[in-house]
Design a binder for this molecule. Sequence first.
Ligand code: HSE
Length: 437
Amino acid sequence: MSGDEPIKVALLGCGTVGTEVVRLLTDQAGDLTARVGAPVELTGIAVRRPNKHREVPEELLTTDAVALVDSDVDVVVEVIGGIEPARTLLLRALRAGKSVVTANKALLAEHSAELSEAADASGADLYFEAAVAGAIPLLRPLRESLAGDRITRVMGIVNGTTNFILSAMDSTGAGYSETLEEASRLGYAEADPTADVDGYDAASKAAILASLAFHTRVTASDVHREGISAVSAADIAAAKGLGRTVKLLAICERVTDTAQDGSTTESVAVRVHPAMIPRSHPLAGVGGAFNAVFVEADAAGEMMFYGQGAGGAPTASAVLGDLVAVARNRVVSGRGPRESAYAALPVRPMGQTPTRYHLSLDVADRAGVLAQVAAVFAEHDVSIAAVRQQGRVDDASLVIVTHAAPEAALRSTVDKIGGLPVVREVVSVMRVEGEEQ
Ligand code: HSE
């Protein structure tokens, strides 16, 4: 392709992100031409209801997405979201050798294998920086900048809605339901907040992050998922009392087991759940609707990526970055880095994943109570890291933090402790992250 010929782009979807993509393509046309080495020409925008899109050029709008994908375009940009019709349209584009830029985390978390295979078969690019953490350059650093290193852990706040709610609960002391209502009123939570508050959005992102970090295919169904609806004001208060705060974390880690003969086996554990982290941890300071991802690699050490994880313009920024990259590749008839799943590490079930727990209990204050509680931990081979007891009039508040142990052992321990006659109430149970094991 010569530098005079335009790179023709089809846009599928024109909601908040698509509208910003069109604006940036128009406003920055001159700069984009210089950066790509050829003009970037938007040839069509597929939408369901053309009369709803007055802010983009009317002559570009079409309701026939298939015809637009099949037309003479080089790149298809997809910002429709959801599985269908996005999956069918993108497979069609890739099979025809057209490069794809997508922001569709749900699609990638379920169907990255067939999308990558289609891209490989035709030699097309498949870029998706906007699918995780909006504007934050994160996937390219994992896929390219850290390609020579060994990533051990990726832990992040990848959902702005839940971070807004948990940050507000931390600062006001209010409960979950009233804070969710406030978030909806302020426009930080969708009318149906299920995908965010139940952790589905974060789980899709965790699958994408784990796949890139560990060169292993991980899908959303491999991710252990818990949302924030069970986080109570008591949990937040317990965290505060211990110098911690509660965050919904997406945690992707490499777990190494060493056998008695010294041989090692590796697996990956991927989970989304609320957890207490120390207020001194870099992720604790990430407030409001912001996202941040903490990455640990053998040679590079610790890194944090921080910024706006949602919204039209921030997400469009990531889409445009990918668009420039794939357009450049087409100008030089090349192809960017492709997906790599060569390591094919097994995904470890949550029950076998090492975690740490915090427990806050109201117990009777008399001789032998601590011993009874400690015996349950010992019975399940769970080691206690710290205990704090505060006496009151006729009972006591007991706070216990464990060392790392398999999740299943910790759950059984908590269940049994909750049934002890000396335990009056289990005030708070939450995992602890971001500290020494
Ligand atoms: N709904 C997401 C959030 C943004 O609250 O962060 C899109 O993934």
